[in-house]
Design a binder for this molecule. Structure first.
Ligand code: SF4
Length: 408
């Protein structure tokens, strides 16, 4: 069975990904990892995260996938020295200088080549293998057929591919739009995603490069808004059989800056689908699609698995994100004798609201929120305060880590 690899932007997301079925997680330290907006882990927290994951038999891959400048190498050297005491299961690296330093200072740690390196051929896989890489995170821009050809050509290199999450209209962050507009560097995990912004038209509905008048970029304006570089999100949930037979070793979920709810739901959904296929009783369950619709996302598409980027740029004119169902509370404990759970609030809700319970290995089950009490055992009508702990009568048995969300 391929590995299911989930994002862990902080400890809460790490716990959610592990509880809901990840085989491995990827995360960043506070330095040198993409996704600077994610909370990320201090070196001390990283040690605790690795211990926690290993106790749950889950592997941890640490991203060190920026392209450091010359003056940053002394700090990188110090960082790698600190990492000697932390048994991460692999380093995710994009830059050859970083790779060389990792081989020198952390010689026993497996190297995975980041998608930021844009590997699109078996030849490049072999070249990185010769430099000591065990795994290649393939470029998102490859089609399924290209991935299979690479698999056949380099059977002894592990291949990882993104199966869900945000895309980039450039080759994985290799653009300077964000630097230009906001001074935030996409190649340092700080992309502000200006490719998704709303660009006003000044009287024209086609962009034309001066020497190519016959190949205009046509722009559709809807309610005064126009988008022409904004990528849809990848979603491969309806193509699990093709993925399972593709030879990809690791299915990667994008989204370290998304919520813990996102980490739980997306990991859970792909886990259910992969397990169903492995058990030999695979039938696509439409509830899986509904689960993935419940997280924050842009309109879904199958990325470039079945469409070459030169034929279909996979963009959308949908403004903003489709918002996720409100994450209301997490179960801390459950008393089987009286059917009452202790929960911790994440968003406000009230008695009489329709809610859903999500538990690992299952899709959400709806019920009416009924009797609730505060920690002083006084009846309450609502749970208004962030992180407030409270009791709630449950209509069925629940477990710590189960998630309560707003029903759709
Ligand atoms: S602005 Fe858009 S295309 Fe450019 S790096 Fe960021 S996500 Fe990618």
């Amino acid at each position: 069975m391929p590995e299911l690899l989930a994002p862990a932007g902080n400890f809460e997301k790490l716990r959610a990904a592990i509880l809901y079925g990840a085989d491995a997680v990827y995360l960043s330290g506070r330095m040198f990892g993409m996704r600077a907006a994610a909370d990320n882990f201090s070196t001390e927290e990283l040690g605790a995260a690795v211990s926690y994951a290993h106790e749950h038999h889950v592997r941890v891959y640490l991203t060190v996938n920026v392209m450091p400048r010359e003056h940053e190498y002394p700090l990188l050297r110090t960082y790698f020295e600190e990492l000697k005491s932390i048994p991460v299961d692999a380093l995710i690296i994009a830059d050859l200088g970083v790779l060389a330093l990792a081989k020198e200072l952390l010689p026993g740690v497996p190297i995975h080549i980041s998608t930021q390196a844009n590997v699109v051929s078996a030849e490049t896989c072999r070249a990185y293998q010769a430099l000591g890489a065990e795994r290649i995170v393939l470029a998102r821009e490859l089609t399924m057929e290209e991935i299979k050809r690479i698999r056949d050509a380099v059977p002894d290199v592990e291949l990882e591919a993104f199966i869900h999450g945000s895309m980039c209209i450039s080759y994985s962050g290799r653009c300077l739009l964000s630097n230009f507009f906001t001074g935030r560097d996409a190649n340092r995990g700080m992309c502000t995603q200006p490719c998704r912004w709303n660009y006003q038209l000044r009287g024209h509905y086609e962009l034309i490069e001066e020497k190519r008048p016959d190949t205009p970029i046509s722009i559709e304006e809807v309610n005064g808004e126009a988008f022409f570089m904004s990528s849809r999100d990848t979603c491969m949930i309806e193509h699990i059989p093709e993925l399972m037979e593709s030879g990809i070793d690791s299915f990667k979920i994008e989204g370290r800056i998304k919520s813990a709810y996102y980490a739980a739901v997306v990991t859970n959904t792909y886990r259910m689908a992969m397990n169903a296929y492995a058990a030999g009783n695979y039938v696509y369950d439409p509830h899986w699609g509904r689960e993935l619709d419940s997280v924050s996302h842009r309109p879904y598409h199958t990325g470039y698995y079945f469409d070459d980027p030169t034929a279909n740029a996979n963009t959308t004119d949908y403004p903003g994100y489709l918002r996720e169902n409100a994450y209301l509370a997490v179960v801390l404990s459950y008393n089987e004798e009286n059917g009452v759970a202790l929960l911790q609030q994440r968003n406000k809700y009230s008695c009489g609201d329709m809610v859903e319970l999500l538990t690992p290995g299952k899709t959400g089950v709806a019920f009416l929120a009924s009797a609730m009490w505060n920690e002083a055992n006084e009846p309450i009508e609502a749970v208004p305060h962030p992180q407030m702990r409270f009791y709630m009568k449950m209509p069925f048995a629940v477990k710590p880590g189960d998630i309560l969300r707003a029903a759709t």
